[in-house]
Write a protein of this length. Structure first.
Length: 314
C-alpha cells in the first residue's frame, strides 16, 4: 500500500470514527500505520484498563481475538469489532477449554491464575487473570500456602516461579513468536554490537531471559528504553514494538532480536497480529463487522477474574 492511499484511508477512518462515536484500541505489535490511527496504543494491561473505562458506542480492537473478547467481556452493551477474525493467538490455541477444564478439575484445591492471552472460556475457569505487567503482583497476592495453577504460558510461569519462589503447577503452553528467538544468532548479534543491552519479554524461553539485562512486559520494555536512551538495545519481543520505541527514543539504536527462521526482517513477528491492515480496519469500522460476541454465561464468569486483576493493578 503506497503512502497516498494510507493517508487517504487514515482520513476516512478518522472521519467515520467520529461519525459513529467509535474508538480504536491497538496493541504495540500492530502495523505502524494502525498504531498511528489508533486512539490508544498499549500492552494487554493498558488495553484492558482502557477498555474498562471507554465511553464510545463502538470499540474497534486492532489486536488479536482474545483481546477483542476481553473488551467485550468488560463492555457487554457496546459493539466490539475486530478487523480480521483470523487474528488468533498461538498461546491461546495451546490451551483448549475441554483439556484445561479436566486439568483444573483434577486439582480442585488450586487457585487458577491465567495469563490474559487465553480465550474467554479459559478466563471463565479462572480465579484471577494477569498480564506480563502485573503477573508478579497477582501471584504474590495469593497466600503462600495456597497452591496455584498457572496457565497457559509455561515460560512466563517459569519466570514467575524464579522471581517469587512459588511452586506453581504450570500448563504446557507457549507463544511461537517468543519461542522463535535463536540464542546462537542473538549471541552473535550481541558480540557484533559491543556495549549493547539485551531486553526481553518474559514469554521468551529461559535461555533467552538469562542473556537479558531487563525482562518485562511490552510497556515495561518501552519505559526501560526511555529511561536509558543512551544505550544500544537488542529487543527480544515481537518486532512491532520498535515503532513505539523509536517514537520515544528516536536517537537510540534499537535492534530486533533474531529469529530461528530466515525471513524478510530477520526478526520475530506475529503473523496473527499482522493480518490486520489499515484497509481491514476501515472496512470493519464502516461495516461494523466482524463483531465479537461472548456467550453471556461465559462472559459473566470471565468478568470476575478480570475485574479482580484490574482492582489489584490500581
Amino acid at each position: 500500500m503506497n503512502s497516498i492511499v494510507k493517508v487517504e484511508l487514515k482520513e476516512k477512518i478518522n472521519k467515520i470514527k467520529e461519525e459513529k462515536n467509535a474508538v480504536i484500541l491497538a496493541h504495540y505489535y500492530q502495523r505502524p500505520e494502525i498504531q498511528e490511527v489508533a486512539d490508544y496504543v498499549g500492552d494487554s494491561l493498558g488495553l484492558s484498563q482502557k477498555a474498562a473505562e471507554i465511553d464510545a458506542d463502538i470499540i474497534v480492537f486492532a489486536g488479536v481475538h482474545f483481546m477483542a473478547e476481553t473488551a467485550k467481556i468488560l463492555n457487554p452493551a457496546k459493539k466490539v469489532v475486530l478487523p480480521d477474525l483470523t487474528a488468533g493467538c498461538s498461546l491461546a490455541d495451546s490451551c483448549p477449554p475441554n483439556a484445561f477444564g479436566s486439568f483444573v478439575a483434577s486439582h480442585p484445591d488450586h487457585i487458577v491464575i491465567t495469563y490474559i492471552n487465553c480465550s474467554a472460556e479459559i478466563k471463565a475457569m479462572s480465579d484471577l487473570v494477569c498480564t506480563s505487567s502485573n503477573a508478579l503482583k497477582i501471584v504474590e497476592s495469593i497466600p503462600k500456602d495456597t497452591p496455584i495453577i498457572f496457565a497457559p504460558d509455561k515460560n512466563l510461569g517459569k519466570y514467575i516461579i524464579k522471581q517469587t519462589g512459588r511452586d506453581m503447577l504450570l500448563w504446557d503452553g507457549s507463544c511461537i513468536v517468543h519461542e522463535a528467538f535463536c540464542i546462537d544468532k542473538l549471541l552473535d548479534l550481541y558480540q557484533n554490537n559491543p556495549g549493547s543491552v539485551i531486553i526481553a519479554h518474559p514469554e521468551s524461553e529461559e535461555h533467552i531471559l538469562k542473556t537479558a539485562k531487563y525482562v518485562g512486559s511490552t510497556a515495561g520494555m518501552i519505559n526501560y528504553v526511555k529511561e536509558h536512551p543512551k544505550e544500544k538495545f537488542i529487543v527480544a519481543t515481537e518486532a512491532g514494538i520498535l515503532h513505539e520505541m523509536k517514537k520515544k527514543v528516536p536517537d537510540t539504536i534499537l535492534i530486533p532480536a533474531p529469529a530461528e527462521e530466515d525471513n524478510t526482517c530477520a526478526c520475530s513477528e506475529c503473523g496473527y497480529m499482522k493480518v490486520n491492515t489499515l484497509q481491514k480496519l476501515y472496512d470493519c469500522l464502516h461495516n461494523e463487522t466482524p463483531e465479537i460476541n461472548v456467550i453471556e454465561d461465559i462472559r459473566k464468569k470471565a468478568l470476575t477474574p478480570i475485574v479482580r486483576m484490574l482492582e489489584l493493578s490500581k
